[in-house]
Design a protein around this ligand. Sequence first.
Ligand code: FMN
Length: 176
Amino acid sequence: VDRYTLTKIFETATWAPTHRMTEPWQIKIYEGEAKHDFASLIIESYIRSGYASNGKEEKTRKMMEGVKKFITDIPHHALIYMDKNADQRMYEEDYAAVCAFIQNAQLVAWEYQVGILWTVNPYLYDPVFTSAVGLDDEKHKLVAVLQIGYPERIPQKRKRTPISQKIEWVKRKTER
Ligand SMILES: Cc1cc2nc3c(=O)[nH]c(=O)nc-3n(C[C@H](O)[C@H](O)[C@H](O)COP(=O)(O)O)c2cc1C
């Protein structure tokens, strides 16, 4: 996906609602050669967190190869992050705005036939990974990694629960 299109996608996504206009979204895009380093950082984090052992066993070796292939095959990985806030309400407002931004990006991307997969992985909660990508766990919340490219195939739609099961129409005054 060319840089103009990627920029356009994220630029349009900034029309997301943002309380107090904090515009909390920050993006690091890993592409080209940088994907090899990015894959190594992910694998190191998996080993550190015990999600994978140190690569001696066949199963772990296969898993690591799978991660490497997944990361390098996909054209762009956008790490989305934001500043943390000591105030819970402001933190959650900013997190909500970043989530709105992400979905906007997905919807805009589709207009350009570009697919974006929203992922949240264990390494996003690993402070060592956070500092390895040049960020600070005290200051930054890693929100997601978006995998971006032109899809080879379009997945089937996943069924949704009928909305009638989720809506409660509240019309009467509550008894106190
Ligand atoms: C916060 C969040 C985290 C997600 N993390 C992952 C993930 O780690 N891996 C993945 O394959 N999909 C992930 N998804 C995508 C969901 O699996 C996907 O939205 C769901 O399967 C419905 O598919 P659809 O969005 O194409 O309708 C995530 C979605 C959200 C909102």
